[in-house]
Design a protein around this ligand. Structure first.
Ligand SMILES: Cc1cc2nc3c(=O)[nH]c(=O)nc-3n(C[C@H](O)[C@H](O)[C@H](O)COP(=O)(O)O)c2cc1C
Length: 176
């Protein structure tokens, strides 16, 4: 692993939607999953399960659930579906989101490309609920909620990192 300043890791993280044919290593995958499970959760209830998808047909099915913004899942090496038990915690949206963000940062640190694919609140091209479609593909009960899926793979090309100048400082306010 490359040791870098945390700010450089934040700048380096970009959404990767084009993947090479290479596979990510077991080491990279395990570190990414560990990061997802190290994310903090409300009341430490840990409602999130991480379901790793490698099967090409299933990746293609997942790529088709949304009207847009998910097609690249078909070319990803792996997808991690964050499956939250909503009976365990009412903050499943927050907990799933932090888990996704932690996994993206770990992926970046290991030169693995990733992109968040939003599922919760999104519709298919036939106006069906994307969460229901994903639940049907992976055959799980309705109380499991899916905020998003993380596409993972080796980036096909280099993407420019963000720069410090991209930070919109106007968004920072100090209450007097
Ligand atoms: C909550 C959330 C939902 C997102 N959903 C999608 C998505 O469904 N498809 C997609 O291609 N990118 C998605 N993204 C990625 C954003 O488009 C991306 O983070 C944003 O454009 C900034 O680009 P960057 O990640 O390269 O910095 C999502 C990001 C977040 C945080």
């Amino acid at each position: 692993m490359i040791t870098m300043e945390f700010i450089d890791l934040l700048l380096k993280r970009r959404s990767v939607r084009e993947f090479a044919d290479d596979n990510i290593t077991k080491f990279q995958l395990n570190k990414i999953l560990e990061a997802g499970l190290l994310a903090p959760t409300s009341r430490n209830l840990k409602p999130c399960n991480l379901l790793v998808v490698s099967n090409k047909d299933t990746l293609k099915q997942l790529a088709d659930v949304k009207k847009s913004g998910s097609k690249f899942l078909a070319d990803a090496d792996k997808a991690v579906i964050v499956v939250a038990d909503s009976l365990k915690s009412d903050t499943w949206i927050e907990d799933s989101s932090i888990s996704l963000a932690y996994m993206q940062l770990m992926a970046t640190s290991l030169d693995v490309g990733s992109c968040w694919v939003q599922i919760h609140l999104r519709k298919s091209k036939n106006d069906e609920d994307c969460e229901k479609l994903v639940r049907d593909i992976i055959k799980i009960d309705d109380f499991y909620r899916i905020v998003g899926i993380l596409a993972l793979g080796i980036p096909k090309k280099d993407i420019e990192p963000h720069t410090i100048d991209d930070i919109d400082k106007d968004k920072i306010h100090f209450l007097v």
